[in-house]
Ligand binder design. Structure first.
Ligand SMILES: [Zn+2]
Length: 196
């Protein structure tokens, strides 16, 4: 249990903004499903202070997403996305943090959180016999991980543009396994934080 830790999950895109899409797969729907699954797994682990920036197919601006997290004074913020690329060979998962923020502690914690999430998602996928190669940690200045006033990560799930990743995304319990990995990563992050 993470006691009173306030966790904000941000399902990317929504409403008029589908994000990436391929046939029946829409990024905006997958991110919502992932957010709800991550929340469910966190609740199973005993957490109750979980907030989603959206719970339906509504459109939110990036500024609104940042404001929600800041007004809630969240302990951590995780934006959820699925990847796509102009070429079909790109596959795997990524997590981003902004390493150029002024607050060094937020930078370090954001990077730690990103890596904990990647490691736990990877081991959850392996455990469930999904052979999903990790792409890993990357630095970026995405608005939602730059202006949130707490450790913040942008997670990119598998590529909608990759035929092999699409097969995973179409598996019935794949998003649940992904959400379980993210929830475990959040727990790993806070438990380390408490010990240190
Ligand atoms: Zn996206």
């Amino acid at each position: 249990m993470l006691l009173q830790k306030r966790i904000v999950l941000d399902p990317g895109h929504g409403g008029k903004d589908f994000g990436a899409f391929y046939d029946s797969l829409k990024e905006s729907e997958l991110t919502l499903e992932l957010g709800l699954n991550t929340e469910r797994k966190l609740k199973i682990l005993g957490d109750s202070n979980i907030y989603l920036t959206r719970r339906t197919g509504v459109f939110l601006t990036l500024t609104e997403r940042v404001q929600i997290a800041n007004q809630l004074k969240a302990d951590i913020f995780i934006s959820l996305h699925f990847n796509s690329f102009s070429q079909s060979f790109a596959k795997g998962i990524e997590a981003y943090a902004d390493l150029d923020r002024v607050n060094k502690r937020i930078v370090d914690n954001s990077k730690d959180l990103a890596i904990d999430i990647l490691n736990c998602v990877q081991s959850n996928l392996n455990l469930h016999k999904y052979e999903e190669p990790e792409r890993g940690f990357k630095a970026s200045h995405f608005q939602v991980i730059r202006y949130t006033q707490m450790p913040a990560v942008l997670f990119e799930g598998p590529f909608l543009s990759s035929p092999t990743d699409r097969l995973l995304l179409l598996q019935p319990n794949f998003i649940e396994v992904l959400g379980g990995g993210i929830a475990n990563g959040i727990h790993q992050f806070f438990h380390k934080d408490i010990i240190s």
